[in-house]
Design a protein around this ligand. Structure first.
Ligand SMILES: *[C@@H]1O[C@H](CO)[C@@H](O)[C@H](O)[C@H]1NC(C)=O
Ligand SMILES: *[C@@H]1O[C@H](CO)[C@@H](O)[C@H](O)[C@H]1NC(C)=O
Length: 205
């Protein structure tokens, strides 16, 4: 009888010990789970932060691409789209509306008005060439927002004549540049493209 009791006690002791180990294990599993959960949350936060950074970079890239695109500004145009023509004289100054488009990257030059409109703030280069016949006054000026910037002038030349002028201008977005024939002046153009107007953005500012 005593022996049996002893055996029973040993058994109870053993199962108690087993339960204790299990509780301990459970505790450690719980602890590991808690750490894993915390790590997971941390990773989630990091992932979200990375996603936000990537999104911000993408937006920045798109806006840089748009800015770069706006910097592509160059036009070169001839007066006549075809044929030959004397232009003038008129009793008032006349806008020169160049119809032949060699290039018009950025579409800042308007071939229906002859006016270039700056798409971005920047420093721009412009140049115009004019051809005329003898005994006709040739006079053309380049304007920025109706203010004369530079001119060419030839008073009744002896032979056919050619003249050009160019200027670098600081323009604000929306500033307008064009050329005008003076009153009582003439010029000429044909398929040789003697009379032209060109400009481009040197750099944004
Ligand atoms: C102007 O250019 C035309 C075409 O090249 C030429 O025939 C003419 O002689 C030039 N005029 C002068 C004065 O150089
Ligand atoms: C004038 O421009 C046209 C393009 O529009 C070109 O085909 C032609 O060769 C040019 N003429 C001269 C003499 O450069």
């Amino acid at each position: 009888m005593l022996a049996l009791k002893m055996v029973l006690l040993v058994c109870v002791g053993a199962s108690l010990a087993q339960e204790l180990i299990t509780a301990e294990k459970l505790k450690s599993i719980e602890e590991r789970l808690r750490i894993t959960e915390a790590t997971l949350n941390e990773l989630k936060r990091e992932n979200e932060a990375l996603r936000m950074t990537a999104q911000a970079s993408e937006i920045k890239l798109e806006s840089l691409q748009a800015v770069n695109k706006a910097k592509e500004v160059a036009f070169s145009v001839g007066l006549l789209s075809a044929g030959s023509q004397q232009f003038g004289p008129f009793s008032t100054q006349e806008n020169l509306v160049y119809k032949k488009i060699f290039i018009n990257t950025g579409n800042a030059y308007d071939s229906s008005t002859g006016i270039f409109t700056a798409p971005v703030n920047g420093v721009y280069f412009f140049r115009f060439y004019v051809h005329s016949h003898p005994d006709k006054q040739m006079a053309v000026s380049l304007y920025k927002n109706s203010e004369r910037q530079c001119s060419i002038f030839s008073l009744k030349p002896q032979t056919n004549t050619n003249a050009s002028n160019g200027v670098i201008l600081t323009l604000k977005k929306g500033d307008k540049v064009n050329t005008q024939l003076w009153e009582n002046s003439w010029l000429y153009d044909d398929e040789n493209n003697y009379t032209s107007f060109s400009g481009f953005l040197l750099f944004p500012s």
